[in-house]
Design a protein around this ligand. Structure first.
Ligand code: PMM
Length: 268
């Protein structure tokens, strides 16, 4: 069964929900709501990765995420920490985070692989080419699917060389990162191309810009939740380990429909 990871951005500037959960108290309240709506995991991030976003200091990031992770641990909620910073990752695990989610797959901070190896927790390695300021200029591929698979394979090799166990690694194709709309659709359509690596795959399509293409031109960002939920079903059918979404209720309902249809098929 595909897991639902609820997004909790504790940032003033994330592109779709920035600023709404900026205090520890309101962030925890929102996480509890996502849990009640059916999230299996909460992804806690303190630095926006949206195109053009500016970097924040590690201390600021840690001040945002560590108290939230500790409090969610107290509530028995499983969390991942969404960070590029090895020190933040290490401190987050010490505070109770169960998973490290690094959108750079270890490229942004040379100390990350050693931290992951030491921590021994699952590690989400996303396909990434550059920080938010420049990532949109780096979307040239001969064959986007083959190249993303190859670049993630390189990350797996490097992580293992640094002492990370292969069975700690979860792959993420990095929808919206250094990819134009067509390339995002293409990568999503070919999730099967990651199967030969034999590792779990997570998909983060939620509210991303490429979804605007299936909506009326004047559609608001929140209207991307319906296409997101549909993609959650398609990702589940493709065998995804987890989907990372803002609208947990919508994706949970959509996955419930899929589970119901699957069980009716088995029962027939
Ligand atoms: N996308 C965002 C942030 N973190 N992590 C993973 N593993 N995969 C993603 O696709 C991903 C991520 C950007 O989205 P947001 O600004 O809405 O959080």
């Amino acid at each position: 069964m595909t897991l639902v990871m609820g997004v909790l951005n504790v940032t003033p500037d994330s592109f779709s929900d920035g600023g709404r959960w900026a205090s520890t108290e309101s962030a925890v309240r929102h996480a509890l709501q996502l849990r009640d709506e059916g999230a299996d995991l909460i992804d806690v991030g303190g630095e926006s990765t949206r195109p053009g976003a500016t970097r924040v200091a590690a201390e600021v990031e840690q001040d945002r995420v560590l108290p939230v992770i500790a409090e969610l641990k107290r509530h028995g909620i499983r969390t991942s920490v969404d960070t590029l910073n090895a020190q933040t990752a290490e401190r987050a695990v010490a505070a109770g985070a169960d998973i490290i989610n690094d959108v750079s797959g270890g490229l942004a901070d040379p100390a990350m692989a050693a931290v992951v190896a030491r921590a021994g927790v699952p590690y989400i390695a996303m396909h990434w080419r550059a920080h938010a300021g420049t990532m949109d200029t780096l979307s040239t591929y001969d064959d986007v699917v083959a190249t993303v698979v190859a670049e993630l394979t390189e990350r797996v090799t490097a992580l293992q060389a640094a002492g990370v166990r292969r069975d700690q690694i979860i792959l993420d194709p990095g929808l919206g990162f250094s990819k134009d709309a067509e390339q995002n659709w293409r990568v999503f359509a070919r999730l099967d191309a990651f199967a030969p690596l034999g590792l779990p795959v997570m998909v983060g399509a939620s509210r991303k810009r490429f979804l605007a293409g299936v909506l009326p031109a004047d559609a608001a960002v929140l209207e991307r939740d319906l296409p997101t939920a549909v993609l959650s079903v398609l990702a589940a059918q493709a065998g995804a380990w987890a989907v990372r979404v803002h609208d947990v209720a919508g994706t949970r309902t959509a996955l419930n429909v899929l589970a119901r249809v699957d069980s009716a098929r088995i029962g027939s």
